[in-house]
Design a protein around this ligand. Structure first.
Ligand SMILES: Nc1ncnc2c1ncn2[C@@H]1O[C@H](COP(=O)(O)OP(=O)(O)O)[C@@H](O)[C@H]1O
Ligand SMILES: CC(=O)OP(=O)(O)O
Ligand SMILES: [Mg+2]
Length: 434
């Protein structure tokens, strides 16, 4: 019987989450601890640490020298190794597997052991996920050096979407150029969608190949996914994670010609370009200087929601308060509009056969107001929220927040997604990584 201690590393655009598991080959991983640093795009970043299901550090500000995802990971690793009450990691040598979330995996259709060859291949994809891949590879490099006894495994956000049919993943451009430059819809947040699909299918008591859902992963990056017979049928992100819904610093889809009208120098290479990443000013603006940050000045959707719902008409409110209320409401309404646009489109694409709408990701899991506003706007499709349940704290992995209607009525669920678990699960099942 083979056992290992595994780390699962999820470097998102605004956070790094690391979970520690006791893994036995072929078995479900058992979580020992979870450490995360969030708020990287709205400093100061905060550290949270949970061991044996109990919160050890709740929200400690860690502003000193945390420049990005790699620094955040270093601090998280240090926190785990130095914790005397985590005897499974007494030293770095105790770590046997590290599973890394790599957002863009190109054509890879399964997780890969990271060799020099895979590393170089992935490096070539950096420009196609400018907020993610280079940061994740920085963490991979650090692990190769700091954890010499561990196998490093790359798990891909794009993998779940390899089932998207050709007529949906093809862009209407020259086919030869599309083929030679590999220009197509890839889709992301797939590790999360794989977790969501399995958890929701079990909750609904359905067979894996008979469930149809519309899932929303709404975090710093936000996307929607149409799931048909348990597989990805369509998703809102595309060649890169910029397409589709707006996010913390991302515009989401805009008229492609907007780039040529934004400013005269947007075609040039940005000063942020490095040997690992070549990014034009236009890509930089649409990826890093747009979205909630550009519209409202904050990337914290919790703040946007509370100000959007605050009453601005009281006699004590100032002009500044009124302005804040107005822009926050604009951002909130805009998000609801774009989300509902995808739901409507996927509902038709799935021929109206939808078992459930699923909310997940930081915003999807924590904003009852957003869930209520979205479901209210799509009530014509039969979705209904249960206001009382929706406003309760979400405690279980899957919770039903919709009204329980007739047998044919589509359900509304919240899934507390767990990309780290999903990666560890995949690694536990593959003998190549042991
Ligand atoms: N109470 C809340 N209400 C609405 N949004 C929230 C709340 N708490 C956190 N969020 C949002 O969740 C986002 C983080 O989501 P998460 O999925 O963890 O991010 P990442 O994309 O980095 O993985 C934050 O940017 C914040 O805007
Ligand atoms: C793909 C993506 O946008 O991921 P995240 O939301 O974690 O930044
Ligand atoms: Mg994320």
């Amino acid at each position: 019987m083979k056992k290992k201690i595994a780390l699962s590393v999820n470097a998102g655009s605004s956070s790094v989450k690391v979970s520690v598991y006791d893994v036995e080959f072929g078995q479900a991983p058992v979580q020992l601890a979870e450490a995360q640093i969030s708020g990287l795009t709205s400093p100061p970043p905060t550290l949270k640490y949970v061991r044996d299901g109990k919160t050890v550090i709740k929200a400690k500000e860690v502003d000193d020298n945390i420049e990005g995802q790699r620094d955040a990971f270093s601090l998280l690793l240090e926190t785990l190794v130095e914790d005397e009450d985590l005897p499974q990691i007494k030293s770095k040598e105790d770590i046997g597997i590290v599973c890394h979330r790599i957002v863009h995996g190109g054509d890879y259709s399964k997780p890969q052991l990271i060799s020099n060859e895979t590393y170089e291949h992935l490096e070539n994809l950096n420009d196609l996920a400018p907020l993610h891949n280079a940061n994740s590879l920085g963490i991979v490099q650090l692990c190769i050096r700091a954890l010499p006894t561990a196998n490093n495994v790359a798990c891909f956000d794009s993998q779940f979407h390899s089932t998207i049919p050709e007529h949906i993943r093809t862009y209407p451009i020259n086919r030869d150029i599309a083929r030679s430059n590999k220009l197509r819809k890839y889709g992301f947040h797939g590790i999360s969608y794989a977790f969501i699909t399995r958890s929701a299918t079990e909750f609904l008591g359905k067979e894996p190949d008979e469930v149809n859902m519309i899932a929303l992963h709404l975090g710093s990056g936000a996307s929607a996914c149409a799931i048909k017979n348990g597989k990805s049928w369509d998703t809102s992100m595309g060649l890169t994670p910029l397409a589709g819904l707006p996010g913390a610093t991302r515009s989401g889809s805009v008229d492609p010609s907007l780039v040529f009208h934004y400013a005269s120098d947007v075609g040039k290479l940005s000063p942020a370009s490095t040997s690992e990443l070549h990014i034009s000013r236009a890509e930089e603006i649409l990826n890093k200087e747009s979205g909630w940050k550009a519209l409202t000045g904050t990337t914290d959707f919790g703040k946007i929601t509370s100000l959007a719902f605050s009453s601005s008409s009281s006699s004590s409110s100032s002009d500044d308060d009124d302005y804040d209320h107005e822009v926050m409401k604009l951002a909130f309404d805009l998000f609801v509009d774009r989300i509902c646009g995808f739901i409507g489109s996927y509902y038709v694409s799935l021929r109206g056969k939808v078992d459930a709408l699923v909310f997940a990701g930081g915003i999807g899991e924590k904003s009852p107001q957003l869930r209520a506003a979205v479901v209210d706007q799509i009530s014509c499709l039969g979705f209904q929220i249960d206001d009382e349940v929706n406003n309760n704290e979400i405690r279980n992995v899957v919770e039903e927040v919709g009204k329980k209607g007739g047998l044919d009525e589509p359900r509304v669920l919240v899934v507390q997604t767990d990309e780290q678990f999903e990666m560890a699960r995949a690694c536990a099942e593959d003998a190549e990584f042991w």
